[in-house]
Design a protein around this ligand. Structure first.
Ligand code: CA
Length: 607
């Protein structure tokens, strides 16, 4: 080989340097390192909760307390035919804004102009939402997507997972992640992407037999890396791991006949420090203990239902659990937003995980060990008298247990004091903003005789079409429903159906302020460095509040019901706020059908 002369070497060096510079400009790649450090400071929104800690706190501050009134719509675009509520958080990467909507249709736009770039329709068989063949308890919804390298990961409601080319929307792979012979499982939660793995859990405990699990799949081909069952199976078949063997000691009877429940349908969080993945697990199934374990059986905890559980993200191996509602008969899923916060408590820095649970209790746990730190009511609660700080267990009111003969009215309802509406945290105020609901109650009663109905919900409650049989001649006349004393904040002045936004101090477990949230709890909350808390209300209002004081700064009305969580991004010096809304609601106050839309706002419409 001829020796290169110095001039050529110099030119080659310049060329290499130029190439490297180009490569840096083009390397807007979402790799593992980038996800570990994602916090929104680059203007992008890369993981459903904005960061692995799931704080939904954006450092963007162009929109602030002094100018938020000037927010105007920049563009809007139709999503798909209305088929459910909108619960998904949009994501923005590389100038493309994308979101998942009803029937898992996923659409990407130019984030500045609103020009549609691609649209993916996984062609779900819609009979899964029809009586007799149904396996969707709570609407045709999805809550978000995943993003990694050059792929968008789409959780498909029928239990498939697809990987798309982020630039073109072309399908790269598509796997069935649930048992092909099951009519129980569905997939509504946003995947979390950690170290080359797509991690999701599955819903469907209302459709027994159902045995819950969450699992990790390889980002390159969708092959399963590990799986964690949330409840033990039939001991005669052997246990998958020691954690499930221990869990089986908290059950009695033939629970495996109906599967035990344990849906995983919303929250996960990952801590790079502990390398633990945190997962929220739903209630046992059917709801009344006398059906799922058998009549006359003693009350048992039924692990790992209604629990927050941590596993090693590399292996799926059990690390710890904390059960929020032992022996849950009230549908108190522990699947709500999990947030990782470092807090000074009693003069000591604690690495915590927090949750505003469906059951009305705000939990603070040590996320390294699962140790109990505190649990206090953030809403009106009647199923427990409070928590024993020595044992970390609730002191459950024995009168909260219901039968056919003795119905009991409980606060909150299974709909929850807080459900899927996403919270936010603001590091300057130290508050967690909870979109919650008070005055929600449900009267629980067991069906006189449980009759399993395929293709329908089989809750075991005395509700027609949900596994309930009409009373026979020998069945007693049920007593009047019992009501129980409540604990928790008594928010004077709540209007409508009791929706509120609470600025909750997780250190002192007290409320700094609350705001009327309208009909329900809304689509969720975003906090920003502009001193703002932005809440999407169910009536189509983007509400801007002062993060410190709760002062109402602006209500920007744009007229869609069933809004999803707001998010923010920045491109070419302009900060945008985006959210989706519309569709078919769930329940009597849903407001009917509207074409679901993506809405994007900026100061003065981005002009
Ligand atoms: Ca549930």
């Amino acid at each position: 080989m001829k020796r290169l002369r110095p001039l050529y070497l110099c030119a080659l060096g310049m060329l290499l340097a130029y190439g490297a510079a180009l490569a840096i400009q083009d390397s807007n790649v979402v790799d593992s390192e980038r996800l570990m450090n994602a916090d929104g400071s680059d203007g992008e929104w890369l993981t459903v909760g904005l960061d692995y800690q799931e704080t939904r706190f954006s450092p963007l501050d162009q929109i602030d307390t002094t100018n938020v009134q000037r927010l105007e719509q920049v563009w809007s675009a139709p999503l798909a035919d209305p088929a459910g509520r909108q619960e998904a958080t949009p994501m923005m990467h590389d100038g493309r804004l994308h979101v998942i909507t009803n029937w898992s249709v996923t659409i990407a736009w130019d984030a500045v102009t609103g020009e549609e770039l691609w649209r993916y329709n996984p062609e779900v068989d819609r009979s899964i939402n029809e009586r007799g063949t149904s396996r969707l308890c709570c609407g045709v919804v999805n809550r978000g997507t995943g993003l990694y390298e050059d792929k968008v990961f789409v959780p498909i409601i029928d239990g498939r997972i697809a990987a798309l080319d982020a630039e073109t929307g072309e399908e790269l792979w598509n796997i069935l992640a649930v048992p092909s012979d099951s009519e129980s499982y569905s997939l509504t939660m946003a995947p979390r992407i950690v170290k080359d793995k797509v991690i999701v859990g599955f819903a469907g405990a209302e459709f027994p037999p159902f045995r819950g699990y969450f699992a990790a799949y390889d980002v390159d081909d969708g092959s399963e890396v590990w799986r964690f069952w949330t409840v033990p199976g039939n001991p005669a078949d052997g246990f998958e791991n020691e954690a499930l063997e221990r869990a089986a000691e908290t059950w009695i009877g033939e629970w495996w006949v109906y599967g035990g429940g344990g849906s995983v349908w919303d929250a996960m969080a990952y801590d790079p420090g502990t390398n633990l993945l945190y997962v929220g697990i739903g209630n046992p199934t059917p709801w009344p203990q006398e059906i799922r374990q058998g009549p006359g059986t003693p009350r048992m905890d039924n692990l790992y239902n209604s629990s927050i559980l941590a596993v090693d993200v590399d292996t799926g191996e059990y690390a710890w659990h904390y059960q929020t509602t032992p022996g849950d008969d009230w549908d108190f899923d522990a699947v709500q937003h999990l947030m990782l916060l470092d807090l000074e408590i009693d003069g000591r820095m604690r690495q915590t995980i927090v949750q505003a649970n469906k059951n009305g209790i705000f939990y603070v746990l040590d996320r390294t060990t699962g140790a109990f730190i505190s649990a206090e009511p953030f809403a009106q609660v009647s199923w427990t008298f409070g928590y024993d700080y020595e044992t970390g267990r609730p002191d459950i009111n024995p009168e909260a247990y219901y039968t056919y003969a003795q119905p009991v009215t409980i606060a909150p309802s299974g709909g929850g004091a807080h459900s899927w509406a996403q919270m936010a945290y603001h590091p300057d105020t130290g508050y967690v903003y909870i979109p919650g609901r008070d005055n929600s109650t449900l009267t629980y009663a067991t069906t006189p005789r449980f009759e399993f109905t395929p293709g329908n919900q089989n809750l075991g409650l005395n509700i027609p079409n949900m596994g309930a049989t009409p009373p026979g001649p020998d069945d007693p006349e049920p007593a009047e429903p019992r009501t129980l004393p409540e604990i928790g904040p008594n928010r004077q002045g709540l209007v409508g159906r009791g929706g509120f936004l609470s600025a909750w101090d997780p250190v002192t477990q007290t409320e700094a302020w609350f705001s009327n949230g309208g009909a329900q709890s809304g689509g969720g909350v975003l906090a920003t460095s502009g001193g703002l808390v932005l809440q999407m209300l169910n009536n189509g209002t983007l509400r801007a509040l002062h993060a410190e004081t709760g002062e109402l700064i602006a209500d920007i009305e744009f007229g869609q019901l069933n809004m999803g969580p707001p998010m923010t991004y920045m491109i070419d010096g302009v900060q945008y706020i985006a959210a989706i809304g519309g569709g078919i609601g769930f329940g009597p106050n849903s407001g009917g059908d509207q074409t679901p839309m993506m809405y994007v706002f900026a100061l003065d419409g981005g002009r």
